[in-house]
Design a binder for this molecule. Structure first.
Ligand SMILES: Nc1ncnc2c1ncn2[C@@H]1O[C@H](COP(=O)(O)OP(=O)(O)O)[C@@H](O)[C@H]1O
Ligand SMILES: [Mg+2]
Length: 258
């Protein structure tokens, strides 16, 4: 059965797209049938990391000029990629009906998909709230500094209180060590999520600050394609293993997959 994993964060620039692209590739390398949807509409840039120049994107589906099947771009390891469009396409602020149309469009892929990875817009954008609540799992990416933690907590609080999302996998990016990442997770889960909300946070792993990742973006060559055996590549493979076993949310309302 197909499942959906939303990748979200409190603030921008913390590594959602880096994690989405490389995790999607790691899951594909593990033999899963993966679709990566760039749902950071209007500010989409997953295609840049993948080194792809999409001719069509979600805006073409929303304006009725393309079907979802027309949007699918074949990426390495059988990964299927759907581009999100840029502000030029005038889809920065989607309407509710557009977001539901996107969710329904993905439903059509359920028979040929094991995992849909959704790279969401930063913060509590309406699209992010809808796409997370339409997903089976959510991975929150954060950096272990106070502003990133507070913004991530604010997002979790909105998702929990407005959408009833209860289980959150947490990935700590740009940590200086595994010990620091785990300490940051402990503080975040104990002092915020578990203290104030009827929600659970689960540690999903960490990445160090990395020149290899920075370089991968500049070269448009994802680590999971060109440098799989690096420590960053191994971290994404580990994350893929964690995600395959991570707790899932009970879904209400409109979902990517029933
Ligand atoms: N672990 C890391 N080490 C170094 N640079 C990173 C790391 N993770 C992400 N980056 C860089 O940070 C910037 C923002 O990352 P990105 O994935 O685009 O974030 P987001 O999608 O959350 O806005 C990019 O330039 C990316 O290369
Ligand atoms: Mg991004």
């Amino acid at each position: 059965m197909a499942i959906a994993l939303a990748i979200a964060s409190g603030k921008g620039g913390v590594g959602k797209t880096t994690v989405s692209v490389n995790l999607a590739l790691a899951l594909a390398q593990a033999g899963k049938r993966v679709v990566l949807l760039d749902a950071d509409f209007g500010m989409a840039n997953s295609h840049v990391l993948l080194g792809i120049n999409p001719k069509l994107n979600i805006a073409n589906y929303l304006d009725g000029s393309a079907l979802v099947s027309d949007l699918i771009i074949e990426a390495p390891y059988n990964l299927k990629f759907i581009a999100g469009g840029t502000a030029v396409n005038d889809i920065l602020n989607t309407q509710e009906k557009d977001r539901y149309k996107v969710i329904r469009g993905m439903q059509d892929l359920s028979n040929e998909t094991d995992i849909l990875v959704v790279d969401c817009a930063a913060g509590g954008a309406d699209s992010t709230l809808d796409f997370v609540s339409a997903s089976d799992q959510v991975l929150i990416v954060l950096e272990g500094e106070p502003t990133s933690m507070m913004d991530a907590y604010s997002l979790i609080k909105i998702l929990n209180q407005e959408k009833g999302v209860k289980k959150f996998s947490i990935f700590i990016n740009k940590a200086s060590s595994e010990l620091e990442a785990k300490q940051n997770f402990e503080v975040f889960s104990k002092n915020l999520v578990h203290k104030f909300l009827d929600a659970r946070a689960y540690y999903a792993g960490f990445l160090p600050m990395s020149k290899v990742l920075k370089q991968a973006v500049i070269m448009k060559k994802p680590v999971m394609i060109h440098n799989r055996k690096s420590k960053e590549g191994i971290a994404f493979q580990k994350l893929a293993g964690v995600i395959l076993k991570a707790p899932r949310n009970d879904k209400k309302g409109i979902c990517f997959f029933e």
